[in-house]
Design a protein around this ligand. Structure first.
Ligand SMILES: *[C@@H]1O[C@H](CO)[C@@H](O)[C@H](O)[C@H]1NC(C)=O
Ligand SMILES: *[C@@H]1O[C@H](CO)[C@@H](O)[C@H](O)[C@H]1NC(C)=O
Length: 325
């Protein structure tokens, strides 16, 4: 056992890689924790952000605070760009080494661990901790957006799921659709990638932070907040919550926004996921917007001062016209 482990370490060391606990994260230059969590170091082999979140306090799981990832924003001016009504691509991988962001992309392959096959397993895929039996069983992943420029201002209520990608994580390259998002404030937005796997290991969750901005012909309708938690509705599709929804926060010590009991329609213990079991549609979420024109100057501050001013002018002139009758 020991010698096998030693051999593995040796092989990995020879490959120039540390022994990593392989889980997944979404990689892009606009991400938090791209360089790892050692100040001043740009770690080509980091996997800090892929560590799963399980049974942690909200302070610790929120944007991967427990190992410091939220303290390492992307370089100034670097954003995950979201083309309104278009699509964007990230890489789902177990380590930065296996993305195009390290070693000039020389270690990339079809899958996020630098291999072109996924390997097997009796019930679950075992070589790479992708928490699934096969592609069709992969639980799904999502991106959410907050129209806040500072991570400290992001809350579960203003971080709205805007796109899902069913049957992921699977291959390394993952492309997500963007709805008609309005522009971000001048300092950009904060985005998050989320994954809640279903079975094949610890029932944990994953959260990667990004600085993001919406590009192209941006929409005029604001993303409505507060977002509400998704609910289990696999067996009762008319019970699904709709409209702007929060990310899934599950199996933590606190800060959870969903609780499930019993079994799903396949007879497996219920596990919330970014797919139809919670009523998420695949792709761009188009039911998250307020009325056309509600996005004022690229921010979604609920009541812009101009509106307050306008309504008081209207009220005032109404009062005048009333007294003049
Ligand atoms: C979760 O953490 C608490 C407090 O640290 C501990 O008592 C409990 O056993 C943990 N639960 C699981 C399922 O690990
Ligand atoms: C995927 O795995 C599930 C659960 O083990 C199984 O029911 C299904 O037949 C598999 N699908 C494929 C395409 O292998």
């Amino acid at each position: 056992m020991l010698s096998r482990c030693r051999r593995m370490r040796l092989v990995l060391a020879l490959c120039g890689l540390r022994l990593v606990s392989a889980h997944m994260a979404a990689w892009h230059p606009g991400m938090y924790c791209l360089k790892g969590t050692t100040p001043g170091k740009d770690d080509s082999d980091t996997s800090e952000i892929v560590f799963p979140l399980f049974n942690l306090t909200k302070t610790d799981w929120w944007f991967h605070h427990y190992n410091g990832c939220d303290q390492f924003p992307p370089d100034k001016g670097v954003f995950l760009e979201l083309p309104a009504n278009g699509k964007f691509t990230v890489e789902l991988a177990v380590n930065r080494a296996f993305t195009s962001l390290s070693y000039g992309g020389s270690r990339v392959a079809q899958f996020g661990d630098g291999r072109n096959d996924i390997g097997g397993g009796v019930d679950c895929i075992t070589r790479i901790q992708i928490h699934t039996q096969n592609e069709s069983m992969a639980a799904g992943t999502a991106f959410a957006i907050s129209y806040q420029s500072e991570l400290s201002a992001v809350t579960p209520e203003n971080l709205v799921v805007f796109t899902t990608l069913f049957h992921t994580p699977w291959k390394r390259v993952a492309t997500y659709q963007v709805p008609n998002l309005p522009a971000c404030p001048p300092g950009g937005c904060i985005c998050a990638w989320g994954w809640v796997p279903n079975g094949c290991g610890e029932p944990n969750m994953y959260m990667t932070g990004f600085r993001c901005k919406v590009t192209g012909k941006t929409g005029s309708a604001a993303v409505t907040t507060p977002a509400i938690p998704p609910t289990w509705c696999e067996d009762k599709p008319n019970r699904c919550t709709t409209g702007p929804r929060q990310m899934i926060f599950w199996n933590q010590l606190d800060g959870n926004n969903i609780d499930v009991q019993g079994f799903d329609l396949r007879g497996q213990p219920r596990s919330p996921a970014y797919n139809s079991v919670l009523g998420f549609k695949e792709g761009a979420q188009t039911d998250i917007f307020g009325p056309a024109g509600s996005a004022s100057g690229g921010s979604n501050i609920p009541i812009p001062w101009s509106a307050v001013l306008l309504s008081s002018i209207v009220l005032f002139s109404n009062l005048i016209s009333l007294t003049c009758i």
